[in-house]
Ligand binder design. Structure first.
Ligand SMILES: [Zn+2]
Length: 179
């Protein structure tokens, strides 16, 4: 029985870069796509398995959905730890067709901004669809996840460095001379 050992036989499979999700309000990085489970267009949400605990704050109160698609589901919402914008919810009970997202982190796509690591433009595009991520799914490789986390950190540091560079440039053009 053939396993999916990847022999570099000329055909190179493109591994898509992870997508980083930022709070749509304050731009704090809240998660990335490496633990993507699924998108749910009917709810305008997507669901991740793992979210760094320091980026979100979970609410205490349990709500019950009255919408048809997830009718009767109970969930607690969570918000950005930096600015308190509500970002999504954690389902505690779901109808059967949503079993997959129960106990995971379901984000409102409208509450986030996203960009793809490795591309220059921070994406103003509509949020990614499930199809965009189908190819990401078989890759919850531990090393890949760690790489993604590092890349996320580097992106965050990059912002800081840019800001520092600007300040240095401002100071220099201010003409302060060193002896
Ligand atoms: Zn925020």
């Amino acid at each position: 029985m053939p396993t999916d050992e990847s022999t570099g036989n000329g055909t190179k499979t493109e591994v898509p870069s992870p997508i980083v999700f930022q709070c749509g309000n304050c731009r704090q990085i809240v998660a990335d796509s490496t633990t993507w489970i699924r998108g749910t267009p009917e709810l305008n949400t997507f669901t991740l398995q793992i979210v760094p605990s320091e980026t979100i704050t979970a609410a205490e109160s349990l709500s019950t959905s009255a919408d048809s698609f997830d009718l009767g589901s109970t969930y607690t919402q969570f918000s950005c730890s930096n600015c308190s914008q509500v970002l999504g919810m954690i389902y505690h009970t779901t109808p059967r067709h949503l079993d997959e997202i129960r106990d995971n982190y379901t984000f409102y796509t409208s509450s986030l901004k996203n960009y793809q690591i490795g591309s220059d433009a921070s994406a103003q595009d509509p949020p990614p669809t499930d199809a965009d991520f189908a190819i990401l799914k078989p890759l919850p490789d531990a090393l890949a996840q760690r790489m993604a986390i590092m890349e996320t950190l580097i992106m965050a540091m990059h912002d800081d460095i840019e800001r520092l560079n600007e300040e240095v440039a401002t100071l220099r053009s201010g003409g302060s001379k060193r002896k």
